[in-house]
Design a protein around this ligand. Structure first.
Ligand code: EPU
Length: 417
């Protein structure tokens, strides 16, 4: 087990370079097996979630070469084997092998995925989409068998604009016979990134990034080279950190439009942001005003940033509120922030943060990935030492976090315990 120790209260200055997007990379890696030729993906973050997917690729018999942030995947000799629970449960995104293997072989057998415990997180919309394409879904002992004699394009309306269901249905539909239309599709930038990879491989997908995606099935998908977009959640996390303890902290290699919902809220709070074409420079300001935030699907305020934003709101004067509308259980960081000196109550999926309060370091637990990010920001804002356990959650999503923070002047260290 690992422990992250932070000596807080330091001003952070310098540049943090943002890595490739976790939530894109984790879909692009499974998507690559749809190709009958070599697929090269660059700017892949070196995090445990991408490692776990490469393990699944190797288990299936794909040849995977990884050098620094580039992965070359050759799926010519893969075997459509059942993906065991031990591998599937390592992360949420293992479920993209459902769409990819179904699309390629018309059959897939695998257990339920893992991932952060932030709500029920059913996969009914994924399965309904597969069924609409003509597949039969059977569930035995939490293991799903999804199979079809033939996949046929169809019109699919998603009851909720789910990121995972939109991507999984695209993966299953790219080689189906005829046209598939996904309505009320998710519009996140990661969806566009996956559709671009598939189109580079020879797929015919239009409308990704809008709520209606049209997929004309093709027979063959080939070689391609593709780049993962910058991680908008990692970018947002460090911009929040800059507003909390930065002194001209530059968050570099980002697409600022992807985090407009965050930057406009920070400006409303009183933050001053220098927003360039691919960077944001931010410094801590005095006298932040309280704000109200409601999480929504893209381009709304991302649920993945509400936990990292919370410690910053302890520095605002008055009552800030965060309403979480995507997940039922994404407030597990709150008791730990309160133990550090915050004054936060949670009622009806809304946290009310009363500030300003002073944070003091103590022993806390990262219950999930973004709760962990929230505690890292709190630890860097706090006086004294914060010790975070369950750091494994944080390492699933933030590449080289210790090096990146150390380079801008933070006192952080990871130790085995
Ligand atoms: N939902 C259903 N049925 C489904 C699918 C989703 O009811 O079949 C519900 C979920 O329970 C949830 C909501 O719809 O309440 C949103 O789920 P969505 O499918 O959009 O999320 P996801 O694909 O499981 C991805 C990211 C999450 C991110 C969400 C929302 C990956 C691997 N995960 O999850 O990222 O919060 O989209 O943007 O891409 C994170 O990075 O910390 C993280 C949790």
């Amino acid at each position: 087990m690992k422990l992250l120790e932070i000596n807080g209260g330091k001003k952070l200055t310098g540049t943090i370079r943002v890595s490739g997007a976790k939530n894109s990379a984790v879909a692009l890696i499974p998507a690559a097996i749809l190709s009958d030729e070599e697929v090269t993906i660059c700017n892949v973050p070196d995090i445990t979630d991408t490692e776990a997917l490469c393990e699944i690729l190797s288990f299936l018999g794909a040849r995977v070469k990884r050098a620094s942030e580039t992965i070359v995947i050759d799926s010519k000799e893969i075997e459509n084997k059942e993906i065991p629970a031990t591998l599937a449960k390592k992360l949420r995104a293992s479920y993209y092998f459902m769409g990819a293997l179904l699309g390629k072989y018309k059959k897939v057998t695998m257990s339920l995925p893992g991932g952060c415990s932030i709500g029920a997180r059913p996969i009914n919309l994924h399965l309904k989409g597969f069924e609409a394409l003509g597949a039969k879904v059977t569930n035995k002992d939490n293991c799903y068998i999804v199979e079809a004699d033939e996949l046929r394009g169809n019109n699919i309306y998603l009851d909720f604009a789910s990121v995972g269901a939109t991507i999984n249905i695209m993966l299953a539909a790219v080689k189906a016979k005829g046209k598939t239309i996904i309505d009320n599709a998710a519009k996140e930038p990661e969806i566009v990134n996956v559709a671009t990879l598939l189109n580079n491989m020879g797929a015919k997908i239009r409308g990704a990034g809008t709520s209606s995606i049209e997929i004309e099935g093709v027979d063959y998908l080939g070689k391609c080279f593709h780049e993962v977009i910058p991680d908008r959640i990692e970018a947002g996390t460090y911009v929040i950190l800059g507003a909390a303890v930065g002194e001209n902290l530059k968050v570099d290699n980002i697409i600022p439009e992807h985090i407009e919902s965050l930057t406009s809220k920070l400006e409303e709070m009183g933050a001053f942001l220098d927003i360039g074409s691919d960077y944001i420079i931010v410094s801590r300001q005095d006298n932040y005003k309280s704000i109200h935030v409601k999480t929504q699907t893209y381009p709304g305020f991302p649920t993945d940033l509400q936990q990292p934003l919370t410690p910053l709101l302890t520095a605002c004067k008055g009552q800030s509120k965060i309403e979480e509308t995507i997940y039922e259980n994404r407030f597990m960081h709150i008791p730990y922030l309160n133990s550090m000196g915050a004054d936060i109550r949670v009622k009806n999926q809304t946290s009310t943060i009363v500030g300003p309060t002073k944070l003091t370091g103590c022993d806390v637990v990262a219950t999930d990935l973004r709760a962990g990010a929230s505690l890292v920001i709190a630890g860097l804002m706090a006086e004294g030492t914060t010790k975070i356990t369950n750091v494994e959650h944080i390492l699933r999503g933030y590449e080289n976090i210790v090096e990146k923070l150390t380079n801008v002047g933070a006192k952080v260290e990871i130790r085995e315990i």
